[in-house]
Write a protein that binds this ligand. Structure first.
Ligand code: CA
Length: 229
């Protein structure tokens, strides 16, 4: 199978010429002209490399990197930056980008970077599909959940909710975030389904433990905390 590349670039000419150029080298290329669509593709399809411009409509390249890394998606990312914008590069690396190219660049430079990243990522051991906080371990393949080594049985929805909390640990998540991302529904203030499920989850992961992991932030939502202390 050919190497799959996602290019997120809002200048149609640049995007098209990169696509054509890479296709000549037998890469398979998808194009996205804005940040939202780019992020959606990156989440839905498994790419070998993502090349993203920084300044994009709706969502910039740095935000895309952050979002993907936050979701545990480790696809190598090359960011495209305008000449002299060192701050962008630093922010890009902080957000989880692997490499950058300064515009304008030649196709052969991009090819060199892509090959180097592919080599690096194919040599790297496969990341275990495990999410870990100080006390919780979640295996995303086997769905085994442990707290301090003790096995915890969760229903699929509780499991999805826990994974969502862990991926956003330390941050306040609102009920509407949960409704949207875990239930894929619009939040209706008339329903208490989120509270009900958060309570189910608490009973299983927190009830028997002195330290509580799920905290209510009144009027805001919840925050999952399992600090290194
Ligand atoms: Ca741009």
């Amino acid at each position: 199978m050919n190497i799959q590349v996602l290019i997120i670039e809002d200048e149609p000419k640049t995007a098209q010429s990169l696509k054509q150029g890479l296709e000549e080298y037998h890469y398979e290329v998808d194009l996205a002209y804005d940040g939202h669509f780019g992020l959606r593709l990156a989440k839905e399809k498994k790419y070998d490399i993502i090349v993203t411009d920084i300044i994009l409509p709706y969502l910039n390249g740095i935000e895309i990197c952050k979002e993907l890394r936050g979701l545990g998606i480790q696809t190598p990312i090359i960011i495209l930056t305008a000449l002299g914008n060192t701050d962008d590069v630093v922010m890009g690396f902080d957000a989880g980008a692997d490499d950058y190219l300064t515009k304008p660049f030649e196709l052969k430079e991009l090819l060199v970077r892509i090959r180097a990243l592919l080599k690096r990522s194919s040599n790297a051991p496969l990341p275990p599909n495990i999410l870990r906080t100080k006390e919780i371990e979640v295996n995303l393949d086997t769905r085994l959940v442990l707290r301090n080594g003790k096995r915890i049985e969760l229903t699929p929805k509780e499991f999805a909710l826990l994974v969502f909390f862990i991926r956003h640990r330390g941050k306040v998540v609102s009920k509407s975030d949960i409704a949207d991302k875990v239930w894929d529904i619009d939040f209706d203030t008339g329903t208490n389904v989120i509270e009900v499920y958060v309570n189910y989850l608490r009973k299983k992961i927190d009830k028997d433990f002195e330290k509580k992991l799920i905290h209510t932030q009144f009027g805001l939502g919840y925050v999952f905390k399992d600090d290194e202390q």
